[in-house]
Design a protein around this ligand. Structure first.
Ligand SMILES: Cc1ncc(COP(=O)(O)O)c(C=O)c1O
Length: 477
């Protein structure tokens, strides 16, 4: 598969960035330092052309490898910034949503119902009703209870709904923790239990649910999966169930293998790495993996898995739902260094305007490269604990990370902020950051920094005079 581990330190070029003659980090032809000055920090910077080409590469890898029809649905939860989704949509992907809000967003962005598949372990009646009204392509059912509710609702709308069944195949991808793998019985409640017989039982009950049309199966076995063969192995677990469906004369038109394809330049810490980090207070070095032709490797493994089930005949339509592999490496987060506190024998603290309490939640459990934007080549000679603006001890980006000596006012780039950063962010006393896209030397605002008034916009005031009150004269409001 062309995968092997290596320890080599990566340069910004691995993310499609450049370093100019003065050692400054350049993204999409724009100076990261100037972007920080112009828009303020924290700031997400989306590398727009690279995002579009990653999307196109994913699509072509799967359509080239798979003999049947392929539909690729981008997982909104991964990065729900509308300007980001627009780039992915224009490059050819459809939508995978898992909440009522995400369905609203998909429709708002011009996806038709037939371009949307709906997942999620929590689909209240209002959500299912919205799926029916908007005629989404598939509701991917998580339980028998959900199927029954959908059936009843469909009847009341006088419609038939197309469904896939989410299966829990009790499969944990290599290197992943049983306790968190989304296709493991012990780790997750998601889907119909294959091993306990629930999935087969539900198949037998389907003919009674006359307002539903069964189309096939779905699984989503985890995230950050680096070994393509895991998809083939997970598919092989479904063989018996496919046979059972055939016996019941249920036609299998669609197989959906979910998302989870690793991003090339970051990954979650393993349980051991996390334990070592907590025990020794030092982030272990990240062993990298070679990302050459990674999409092709996944596409071939999925195709093999389906060939083994369908014997190379009557290929079902293949649905894939990538998230992080598309957006992760094409976005970075700029943070400004605020103050430095060197404490010999303890820690060297660098306070920035972002930490896990507000904007860097994934640095709690993932490895992310960090560059000094104004002097990329400054030697890394100092252990720094980068903390955020929150007033709690855990609000750090990383502890004891080998970094250059950073001065107040300098700007850091946290790489791979394209996946699960904007989804996790919170305004813990601070406005949420702006998002800009860069391409060909120009920048474009995709989302403005939250204003103080926007932070109050949902609130009712006991004394309504305060609601209409004058905005206080505070810079940044
Ligand atoms: C059902 C489903 N599909 C797709 C995805 C996207 O996963 P990833 O970002 O790892 O590709 C997720 C993520 O949680 C998911 O739950």
């Amino acid at each position: 598969m062309g995968l092997f581990f290596r320890q080599k330190k990566l340069t910004p070029q691995a993310w499609g960035l450049e370093v100019d003659a003065y050692g400054k980090l350049i993204a999409g032809g724009c100076s990261s330092v100037q972007l920080a000055e112009e828009y303020g920090t924290p700031l997400h910077v989306v590398n727009e052309l690279r995002l579009a080409s990653t999307t196109a590469d994913f699509l072509s890898a799967f359509t080239e490898a798979y003999p049947g029809k392929v539909s690729v649905h981008y997982a909104f939860k991964c990065n729900p910034v509308p300007g980001v989704i627009e780039v992915v949509k224009n490059a050819g992907m459809k939508a995978e949503v898992m909440t009522e809000f995400e369905l609203f967003l998909a429709l708002r962005l011009g996806f038709t119902g037939q371009e949307i598949v709906v997942n999620g372990p929590f689909k209240p009646e209002s959500f299912l009703a919205a799926c029916i009204e908007n005629e989404v392509r598939f509701v991917i059912a998580d339980s028998l209870q959900e199927l029954k509710t959908l059936n009843q609702l469909a009847e009341s709308f006088g419609k038939k709904m197309d469904v896939l069944l989410r299966i829990n195949p009790n499969f944990t991808p290599k290197g992943m923790n049983n306790g968190t793998a989304t296709g493991s019985r012990r780790g997750c409640a998601f889907g119909l239990d294959l091993e306990g017989g629930e999935a087969a039982e539900v198949l037998s009950l389907l003919p009674k649910l006359q307002n539903l049309r069964f189309n096939g199966f779905h699984f989503h076995i985890g995230t950050g999966i680096r070994h393509p063969d895991d998809y083939r192995l997970a598919l092989s677990r479904l063989k018996g169930l496919v046979g059972h469906a055939r016996k019941l004369r249920l036609e299998l038109r669609v197989m959906d293998v979910g998302g989870g394809f690793a991003a090339p330049l970051t990954r979650e810490m393993t349980t051991w790495e996390m334990l070592a980090y907590q025990a020794f207070d030092r982030l272990p070095a990240m062993k990298r993996w070679d990302a050459d032709s990674q999409f092709a490797g996944f596409a071939v493994a999925v195709t093999e898995g389906l060939r083994e089930i369908f014997n190379g005949e009557n290929w079902p339509e293949l649905i894939v739902e990538p998230g992080r592999s598309i957006t992760s490496a094409n976005q970075m987060l700029l943070l400004s260094a605020h103050q430095v506190k060197d404490r010999p024998g303890a820690k060297n603290w660098l306070t920035t305007d972002g930490g896990i309490g507000t904007v860097t939640m994934p640095t709690f459990y993932e490895f992310h490269e960090i560059f000094l934007c104004n002097d990329v080549n400054r030697p890394r000679e100092k252990r720094l604990t980068i903390n955020g603006p929150g007033c709690f001890a855990a609000d750090v980006v990383y502890r004891n990370l080998l970094m250059p000596d950073v001065n107040p006012g300098e700007v850091l780039a946290v790489m791979d902020s394209g996946a699960y950063f904007t989804s996790w962010e919170s305004s813990f006393g601070h406005p949420r950051p702006a998002v800009v896209s860069v391409a060909n030397g120009t920048s474009r605002l995709l989302r403005h920094r939250e204003t103080f008034e926007e932070m109050l916009s949902r609130d009712e005031f006991t004394d309504m005079r305060n609601r209409q009150g004058k905005t206080p004269a505070i810079a940044g409001a």
